[in-house]
Write a new protein. Structure first.
Length: 372
């Protein structure tokens, strides 16, 4: 991919034509009053489009209640016109209906449909969309404003070559994602083997967690908080969803396990090291009652999915007593060591794959931005 990127630095654009977006793309005004009769199977809302992902991977079924009537066809690009800063624009590989907060783009004859998603999925286009959005808490941008966005359009024969190159790069990223998914599923299977299959096979003893650990709630996060480490702001601040910033102060100074305790992050597990602050949206292991393998405990807390154990009130949360009421299987030290090594090996591979995918996406984005 590095070779491909270098080749793009010498692209000759002297024959490319300055055009406005509306000259090569239009917004189809198609709709349906009876989606079931019309055979519609896919319903797409903004939540189904992932930020900075060129593929439309998700949709709801028509059986689910919906008031959407706007139609789109296979090959169209669905652009999230509400909160354009979320950078949601994906090409559909199926037909369906979508939210009114989505603008449907369709290529005209002078633009190859295969190239359209790359024209849209670039920083210049998103910056333009953000700049021309109107509204307060939920800004939206209209197609008539996007139609004035200007860029250079290559001749049709070059469009085909560029589309082939860009989709080839995308295929590399997709292959890497497939391998990543396989290893993520392998890790899930390994967790099940460690905490379910093996304990049953060996009839392992179970110990209630309240005999092994003491939990504590975090404290309201410091007033002084920064997004990134800078000067004295070096201590990570953990919330339910992980690191939410950095502060001058720390709450604890030892390696521990942090658990999200409120809302959608109930039960999310984070391994920490060194001095940190834990917000009041999280719990943490304050004390280990005797010698115990922290890694084995951390993966067990992940495996039992504490999110399913939250209370069912309007303000869902997980309590210390609920967490500590779970019982953990006690494997022999040797068996525990072997299972830990297997899990760590898979996790290291997953981290390497994520790093590789991140690099591939950065190269892909750089190329798209250079071309358009």
């Amino acid at each position: 991919m590095e070779t491909l990127l270098c080749e793009t630095l010498s692209i000759d654009k002297t024959t490319w034509t300055p055009v406005k977006f509306g000259e090569v793309v239009f917004e189809p005004k198609e709709s349906t009053k009876d989606p079931i009769t019309d055979g519609i199977e896919h319903v797409v809302g903004l939540e189904h489009i992932e930020s900075e992902d060129i593929h439309l991977r998700n949709s709801a079924t028509i059986e689910e209640a919906t008031t959407f009537t706007k139609s789109f066809s296979k090959g169209d690009v669905l652009f999230g016109r509400r909160r354009a800063y979320l950078k949601k624009a994906a090409q559909a590989f199926f037909s369906g209906i979508c939210s009114g907060d989505i603008t449907v783009f369709r290529a005209k004859e002078n633009l190859l449909p295969e190239l359209l998603p790359f024209v849209v999925q670039n920083e210049k286009f998103f910056d333009y969309a953000i700049k021309h959005s109107a509204g307060g808490l939920s800004p939206r941008v209209k197609f008539k404003d996007l139609a004035n966005y200007e860029f250079l359009l290559p001749p049709k024969d070059q469009q085909a070559k560029l589309a082939e190159l860009l989709w080839a790069m995308d295929e590399v990223v997709e292959r890497e994602n497939v391998i990543l998914d396989k290893n993520i599923n392998l890790r899930k299977s390994q967790l099940k083997e460690t905490y379910f299959t093996i304990p049953i096979k060996h009839r392992s003893e179970k110990v209630i967690l309240e005999k092994l650990i003491k939990l504590s709630s975090g404290k309201t996060r410091p007033k002084d908080l920064r997004d990134k480490p800078i000067d004295n702001y070096v201590y990570p601040v953990y919330g339910g969803n992980g690191i939410i910033g950095y502060s001058k102060d720390y709450l604890i100074e030892y390696d521990t396990i942090v658990l999200g305790r409120v809302g959608e992050y109930c039960g999310v597990v984070h391994d920490t090291s060194g001095k940190i602050w834990v917000s009041d949206n999280a719990l943490y292991v304050k004390e280990y009652l005797g010698s115990f393998d922290k890694y084995y405990l951390s993966r067990f807390l992940e495996y039992i999915d504490l999110n399913k154990q939250q209370n069912k009130s309007s303000h869902p949360l997980i309590t210390q007593s609920k967490v500590c009421s779970n019982s953990i299987p006690m494997l022999s030290k040797e068996l525990m060591r072997k299972q830990n090594l297997k899990l760590k090996g898979i996790e290291e591979l997953i981290l390497n794959l994520k790093s590789k995918i991140s690099s591939s996406k950065a190269l892909q984005k750089s190329l798209i931005n250079q071309v358009f």
